[in-house]
Design a protein around this ligand. Sequence first.
Ligand code: M6R
Length: 594
Amino acid sequence: MCGIIGCTGVKNASAVLYKGLLDLEYRGYDSAGMAVLCDGGIVTVKKKGRVCALSAAAEELRGTSGIGHTRWATHGIPSDENAHPHTAGKFSVVHNGIIENYAELKEELVSQGCSFSSHTDSEVVVHLLNRCYSGDFKDAVLHTVRRLRGSFALCILCADSDGFAAVKYRNPIIVGKGGGALFAASDMPALSGLAESVAVLKDGQIAFASHGEMDLCDFSGEAQALTFSPVPAAVRAAGLCGFPHYMIKEINEIPAAVKNTVHAFLEERCFERVTRAAKKRGFGNIFLCGCGTAYHAALAAAYSAEELLGIPARAETAGEFRGRKSAVGRSTLFVAVSQSGETADTVEAARTAKQRGAYVLAVTNVPYSALTSVADCVVPVRAGTEVCVAATKSYCGQVAALSLVVSALKGRAECRRTLSELQEVCSKCASAISGFSAEAAARACASSSGVYFIGRGIDYPVALEGSLKLKEVSYVPGEGYPSGELKHGTLALIDGGTLAVAVMTDIRSGEKTASAVEQIYSRGGRVAVICSPGCAPRGIAERAEFYAELPECGGMLSPIISVIPLQLIAYRTAVMLGRDPDKPRNLAKSVTVE
Ligand code: M6R
């Protein structure tokens, strides 16, 4: 949801910004731009399209300080004009977030004679800075940020200053230093290789970087202490390592993601922390929230929690949770699930739950994220940096971490059993990846007018995830559905052009899903079956257009394995249809606006 970067004191600012923007491109890729301080003025280049569209123009820029941006459009279509930076008078600005009061500010600025050149909310910031400027950069920034409502991470250049300012409010900013240079960026991987040490800014802080020094203050201008620590090794992304796309590389990293998540659970004494909280609070119900894939992991965990613990457990998408009054209170365990830890809906849902008295437990892949600062307790997912916009290994890490939380709540013996089952799951994942050829299923998906993923019980969240993955990376339409629900309406869509993918890992519900499959066959529909050994009743597999048997799996860990063929099918379908699976159209990996 937009990536921003700033640097000062480097030899060639445009080269540093360009490299940083490539690292941040997962956050948005509809346009990009940079501005560099050059001979006492600001030179800006920006273009619709991916970061690489800037490469020739960026090479022409000479300067030691600058700011850059890669965009995911919220206000205004992707275009050269709407691309950041926005430059006016003495200032240039890049922004990640939404200025919620931009319309009233714009009206005021226009009435004062400002002329706007974009349709973005962000442009008000640069005009405000010019209005507030009377020769003091810091003063102009302070006056400006106090007028803004919404969420904003900003990097700002002023032609009269040699450095930049970085502002954080509800969107992330990490600052760094190394080799006499100073940096700021939306995330840590963009700073690895540039900075030797880093600091994560808090909401309401502004860093001013100039002449090799970085000063921190709050929005009132009061100085604050800034403590840097070394860049953690884990954030250094390793590149494609010979794989054609990050999506397939990251699917292959699932066994390591699960193994490392198990290690982290033990290393960080999560059993002790979870059970201590349970003892103190006596949890009477569990609420799980997340968005997209993280919601699907949460839903699977809700099914398992209710079955294992016998207390009400429900999952909801984070955006829905915030909008209504739910039964959340002091005896609620609220579990917020997010790969990035910065999804605005999820972070705000966690804040809301905390305000209502719930105990907030975060399950996240990013230890320094906004979500971890809200949570009472963090259970880490250690999937490593996930670059592909489509979540794969992080989902499996989330299911592993959530299963450990649920089993810890049951007791030590259950938790030990889950830990040992997870060891086996790692090797089963590896054989599910290597032993599955997605070609035939991908061909069937690519030629279908719609693909319906069906499952029952624990297989239903996996069906939802399979459907999301296929839509997201291949643009083939479809839906995830509880298999029992098809006959209540959606069967009307089934014909020879559609494909139904049935997921069956549970022997108890396999027969019910098989009835849905029969109903599809009877209406001329085509079926693919993904099942654990013995879970597909006789006569189902034989007639399937595509049939794949998973390694033995069942129960709450089964989604870790059963999702793998669905991820591989989505990936192969995308490649077959000539899509870029790593950067699907219209999307961004981190959605930091509500
Ligand atoms: O970083 P998060 O886990 O909070 O992200 C939530 C969703 O935006 C994310 O899972 C999204 O659905 C993925 N692109 C799906 O592959």
